[in-house]
Design a protein around this ligand. Sequence first.
Ligand code: ASP
Ligand code: CP
Length: 326
Amino acid sequence: MTINKHNLSHLPLGDHKTAPWYGKDIISVKQFDREALEYIFAVSHEMHDMVDHIGTFDLLKGKILANLFYEPSTRTSSSFTAAMERLGGSVIPINEVKYSSVSKGESLADTVRTLECYADVIVLRHPEVGSAAIAAKAAHKPVINAGDGIGEHPTQALLDAFTIREEIGHLDGLTVTLLGDLKHGRTVHSLARLLSLYKVKINYVSPDILRMPPELIDELKQKGIEQTEYFTLDECLPQTDVLYVTRVQKERFADEATYESVKGAYVIDPTVMKAAKERMIVMHPLPRVGEISTEFDNDPRAAYFRQMEYGLYVRMALLAMVLGKA
Ligand code: ASP
Ligand code: CP
């Protein structure tokens, strides 16, 4: 029998039991419970210590990651590369699919089946919702969703939760305000779902046409999460412990005029932030295009650059987990 992720759990071997994420795909945050998150936080914390103390080490020596990006990326792509290299592994980068056989019409399924001949794990960013699940079905090696259109961005949500944990110490009891393009923002879709594992209050602040999808609000309501929608920030900013700002996702709009009508809806700057708590944090998945003024960057509450760094440790943890080393 060929051993792959589809039949791994039926094998009478001990190894996969001690490494529960060995061979698994990471497609949606729905795969995680609080216990799994605690585990990821602990491993990520350990990775941070290891990087601080020894920089690079050989946990994944000889392993290869295929980094397959059909959409632009700076952080996700480079932090997965850095994560693999910090763990002693190497990377096949396909950041410009136009130079690959995708431009000749090769399907996503065939592309991942090709890459898994050469790599041990595939990281995929793609413009279509559900693409990561399709790729995972086609592949025998683990597939990690690095963003599927307006669907999910699970590894971002994991690093967001880790950021909150490291910066504030806990998630229970917090009031989290998600601001901006909540309709198209895959990071807030994943983050809201992940936060629903905790006892949090969630505020949604967006223009009317960019509201959080009602299905997602319903999903969280079933779990007993208190959620409130606003069009302006001033009503809920003073109670907020985590303000999560997002970019209006220009590339998801059918026409330029609609984008222009909402693009500058909210701008966080030192004046706005006078109304916020002294001890709270401002996060952003980045890139920003004007929704947080650079004048706020030196405020200790500005956590978005630290958030990017936490992403490295979380992605090291996830790679070690799916490759059976954590
Ligand atoms: N970088 C994040 C994403 O790819 C957020 C953004 O692009 O605005 O979803
Ligand atoms: N946060 C995030 O996904 O950034 P990139 O789009 O630069 O990867």
